[in-house]
Design a binder for this molecule. Structure first.
Ligand SMILES: *Cc1c(COP(=O)(O)O)cnc(C)c1O
Length: 394
């Protein structure tokens, strides 16, 4: 199946107004997502928030089914939370670490995750080690295998880094961790919605992602998958009356499903609209989305490489929709500003967001132009024309 781009753009109000290459920041939501959110907010105002939630019970529950379909898991393995960072934290901070325990990660590690590693290492005496990369810049599965021993308590991998098109070989890592019986936590924040994700194929035990990026859902939404076999072994770092029940004066029982990682209160409109966004992605198909996104991104890299002063910085044997580049003629911030003034959205990725990689490659701040399936070849041409014109601007 191929994507009907005209239809996808008609469904996307933002396409008329901006050239949006900031899909790795937040993608433009399609109309059904926007409308689901607004409709629920309206019902809350008209009939009361609790009453509106009761009315929307099925729509809200549907979000768990939609995510289960997206990930190839069960609905009771999904928790809905406020963003990918908290989803990841809830799983990570639930793992018990002792002095000498080893946490293995890779160069693409996201800053928030690495900060959490450092905090937990300081508190518990565990160590954090970075698995070397291979000649493509992705995590070396061979090196990972060699580093394993009985003290490794966690392998935590970022599937697609925030600073480039690299796609780490998550399923190969999963084969190694599964054989060794070591829990595998996958940060799928940039891959959810742009690549097919199946937790059985990947072999991860926990997976976190956000709603607003490639899934095109609302801000302030995220989700955590925890494999059934791990659920009861992972005690959430914090509990409330939704995650647990106060069954007698001095006793509580934690619920058995993944909702033990949720809180009672949440963004109901956002959760409903997240389900709509997942349905919308599934309707196009994740293979079709991946293929188009990869094709557009390769074209963009190719056109960028022809421009004076521009260096494309993406690593990886398999690459995706995030395209990063620098210019010898202009700082990334300045490019960002000039593009914004012309209705073109990109973002700037700084060394502090992915320090391991930035230091290994001596990277300055880079422009990140991230494409989605609703972007077009024409937009790529326009983008490169504007960029070429900027070299004359000071
Ligand atoms: C954006 C991002 C996150 C954080 O997601 P939030 O929803 O902002 O918490 C985590 N990991 C990666 C790789 C990201 O790109």
């Amino acid at each position: 199946m191929t994507i009907d781009v005209a239809r996808a753009r008609q469904d996307t109000p933002g396409c008329e107004r901006v050239l949006h290459f900031n899909n790795a920041g937040m993608a433009l939501p399609p109309r059904p997502v926007l409308e689901a959110q607004i409709a629920h907010l309206r019902r809350e105002a008209e009939t009361g928030g609790y009453e509106a939630a009761a009315e929307a019970h099925e729509a809200l529950e549907h979000t768990y089914d939609a995510l289960a379909r997206l990930l190839g898991c069960r609905r009771d393995e999904i928790a809905l939370v406020e963003n990918a960072t908290r989803a990841w934290d809830l799983a990570f901070y639930a793992l018990p670490f002792r002095p000498g325990d080893r946490i293995l990660t890779a160069r693409a590690a996201y800053a928030s995750n690495f900060i959490a590693f450092l905090q937990v290492a300081r508190r518990t005496g565990a160590t954090v080690e970075v698995v070397p990369s291979d000649e493509h810049g992705q995590v070396s599965v061979e090196a990972l295998r060699e580093l394993l021993d009985e003290r490794v308590r966690l392998v935590a991998l970022t599937h697609v880094p925030t600073n480039g098109g690299l796609v780490n070989p998550a399923a190969e890592v999963g084969r190694v961790t599964r054989a060794a019986g070591i829990p595998f936590l996958l940060d799928a924040c940039q891959s959810a919605g742009q690549l097919p994700l199946d937790v059985e194929t990947i072999g991860c035990d926990m997976l976190s992602a956000t709603g607003r990026k490639y899934l095109r859902g609302p801000r302030g939404t995220g989700f955590l998958y925890v494999r059934r076999a791990w659920l009861e072994r992972l005690e959430p770092p914090m509990l409330d009356l939704h995650a647990a029940t106060w069954v007698s004066r001095d006793r509580y029982e934690i619920r058995p499903d993944a909702r033990r990682f949720e809180t009672w209160e949440g963004n109901v409109a956002g959760k409903i609209a997240l389900g709509v966004a997942v349905d919308y992605a599934l309707h196009w198909g994740l293979e079709a989305i991946r293929d188009r996104v990869q094709r557009l991104a390769e074209r963009l890299r190719h056109r960028l490489a022809e421009l004076p002063g521009i260096t494309v910085r993406d690593l990886g044997r398999t690459r995706c929709g995030l395209v990063t580049f620098t210019s010898s003629l202009m700082e990334a911030d300045e490019i960002h500003r000039h593009l914004r003034a012309r209705g073109i959205n990109v973002s700037v990725t700084t060394p502090a967001s992915t320090r391991l990689d930035a230091e290994a490659r001596n990277l300055p701040p880079m422009v990140r132009a991230s494409v989605h399936y609703y972007n077009t070849e024409n937009e790529i041409e326009r983008f490169c024309d504007v960029l070429a014109g900027l070299s004359g601007v000071t």
